[in-house]
Design a protein around this ligand. Structure first.
Ligand SMILES: [Zn+2]
Length: 105
């Protein structure tokens, strides 16, 4: 995803690709290290749009349910559009005392 051409900021510095949080969504952007001017390339904007759609599909409040002798949470069917399907392996990892993440393989 690294840009092949350099983009100069009005302040004279060269923009650098960085992962930033934009509207609460982590995304890659071109950021000026001097004045913090931020912009997206066409590819970064495409990826950002994809991540917005992913957030729309997954971000919600869920209730823990009983599945056999285990507890579980369900994922919406819409996630299949993002390559997640029944039988697919995921990795579950604790973040802190109150949250964990599900990493898609
Ligand atoms: Zn600048």
């Amino acid at each position: 995803m690294a840009p092949t051409r350099k983009i100069k900021c009005d302040c004279g510095e060269t923009l650098q690709e960085k992962e930033i949080e934009l509207d609460h969504i982590l995304t890659y952007a071109m950021v000026c290290p001097k004045c913090s001017f931020t912009t997206l390339t066409k590819d970064q904007a495409k990826e950002f749009r994809k991540r917005i759609e992913f957030h729309k599909a997954i971000d919600q409040e869920k209730q823990v349910i009983r599945i056999g002798n285990s507890m579980g949470i369900t994922f919406p069917e819409k996630l299949s559009e993002f390559g997640i399907s029944v039988g697919k392996k995921v990795k579950v990892e604790a973040i802190d005392g109150r949250s964990f993440k599900v990493i898609l393989a």
